[in-house]
Design a binder for this molecule. Structure first.
Ligand code: SF4
Ligand code: SF4
Length: 319
C-alpha cells in the first residue's frame, strides 16, 4: 500500500504542539509504517522551495500548528493549503489564536514597544526595532511583515479539521492520526480528538450548588481536592471548555484555563465562561457584587486566554 504523505508546520506558536506529537509514544512506529514525512521543518530539514515544487494536493495531510501573525505565516499557510488534500488546524494557536492571539489587545507598535523597549530584561539603548528591509554592504536583508492582528488558520485558509488543546494530549493526537491513516475521519469542518460536552462532564470532582463570595488566584488558596474548584472560588473554565483532555488540570488541583476551546454549539468561549461566572456570584448588593468582580484579576487573560482571536470580539479597538 502506498504510504501517506504528511506535513507539519509551526507558525506563530511556542513549539509545544510539535513536542506534543511525540506523546503518541510507541505509536510513532505505526505512523512511520503508514506515512512518510514530506515537510516538517522542526523534525526534518526541508526547505520552502521543496514544497513550492510539489504539485497541488501532493500532501495527504498537513498538521498546521500556530496562529497567523506574520506575512511568512500567511504565505506558508496558503502554500501548504494548496499542496494538501487535508488541512488540520492542530492545537489551540491555529484553531483559536491562543496566547499569540492576546496580541490583539494591542497592535504591532504596541507589541514592538513592549518586546523591544519596555521589558525589564531589554537592553536596547538605541531603540532598534525589527524592519522588513535593511541594506548592508552585501545587499538587502529582509524580515517578514509583522501584522497588527493575529488571525486563526481558518480565518486565513480553508481548514478541514480542528484539533484543540494547548497542546493536544497524546492519546487524542494518536486518535486523530489513526483516523487519518484508516481513512476514518468525520465530516469536514469537525473538531476531532475531543468530545462535544463541557469538561465538567468528565471532571471527577463533586459538584453542588455554585454560590461564590470571592474569587481567588490559584496561589491564594489550597483547595479541597474533592470539590468543584469553581465552587471554591477558583476560576475554572471547565464550564465553558470542551471535554477531551481527561480533566488533567482539575485532577491536579488546578483550575482548567480553557485550552480545549468551547464545547460543541458554543460560539464564544469567553462569553460562555463570563456568563457562567456572573451567574454564581452570591450577592444582591451592588457594592458587594462590584467587590467580588474586582477580585477577578486579568479578566481578558482569564476569559479569553485561548480564544480572543477566534471570538466575536476578535481584537481590541485601538484609537
Ligand atoms: S468547574 Fe472545573 S472543577 Fe468544577 S466540575 Fe467543572 S471542570 Fe471540574
Ligand atoms: S483541564 Fe483545561 S487547561 Fe487543562 S488540559 Fe484540559 S482543557 Fe486544557
Amino acid at each position: 500500500m502506498e504510504k501517506l504523505k504528511i506535513a507539519g508546520y509551526w507558525a506563530a506558536s511556542c513549539g509545544g504542539c510539535e513536542i506534543a506529537t511525540l506523546e503518541i509514544g510507541d505509536n510513532i512506529l505505526k505512523l512511520a509504517e503508514a506515512a512518510d514525512i514530506v515537510f516538517w521543518p522542526a523534525l526534518v530539514d526541508f526547505k520552502y522551495h521543496d514544497v513550492e515544487q510539489m504539485a497541488d494536493n501532493n500532501i495527504d495531510v498537513c498538521l498546521f500548528n500556530g496562529a497567523i501573525q506574520t506575512s511568512e505565516n500567511e504565505h506558508i499557510a496558503r502554500l501548504l493549503r494548496a499542496k494538501s488534500k487535508i488541512m488540520v488546524a492542530y492545537g489551540s494557536c491555529s484553531y483559536e489564536g491562543c496566547i499569540p492571539g492576546l496580541a490583539n489587545l494591542t497592535n504591532r507598535d504596541g507589541v514592538f514597544a513592549r518586546a523591544y523597549r519596555e521589558t525589564p530584561s531589554t537592553d536596547n539603548p538605541n531603540g532598534v526595532l525589527p524592519q522588513t528591509s535593511y541594506q548592508v554592504p552585501e545587499g538587502e536583508l529582509t524580515l517578514p511583515e509583522f501584522y497588527d492582528t493575529v488571525r486563526t488558520l481558518a480565518q486565513t485558509v480553508k481548514v478541514d479539521y480542528f484539533v484543540p488543546g494547548c497542546p493536544p494530549v497524546g492519546k487524542q493526537t494518536w486518535a486523530v492520526l489513526e483516523a487519518i491513516i484508516q481513512g476514518n475521519l468525520p465530516a469536514p469542518g469537525s473538531v476531532v480528538g475531543a468530545g462535544t460536552r463541557a469538561l465538567c462532564e468528565e471532571c471527577p470532582r463533586t459538584k453542588e450548588e455554585k454560590r461564590v463570595k470571592a474569587f481567588f488566584r490559584p496561589h491564594q488558596i489550597i483547595p479541597d481536592p474533592e470539590k468543584c474548584l469553581l465552587e471554591q472560588g477558583l476560576l475554572c473554565a471547565g464550564i465553558a471548555t470542551r471535554e477531551g483532555c481527561g480533566a488533567l488540570c482539575p485532577r491536579a488541583n488546578m483550575p482548567c484555563t480553557g485550552c480545549y476551546g468551547p464545547p460543541a454549539g458554543v460560539i464564544d468561549q469567553g462569553a460562555r465562561f463570563l456568563s457562567g461566572v456572573a451567574s454564581i456570584i452570591d450577592s444582591d448588593d451592588l457594592d458587594e457584587i462590584a467587590r467580588i468582580i474586582e477580585s477577578i484579576r486579568d479578566p481578558v487573560g482569564t476569559f479569553y486566554r485561548y480564544s480572543l482571536a477566534d471570538s466575536m470580539l476578535r481584537r481590541a479597538r485601538i484609537k
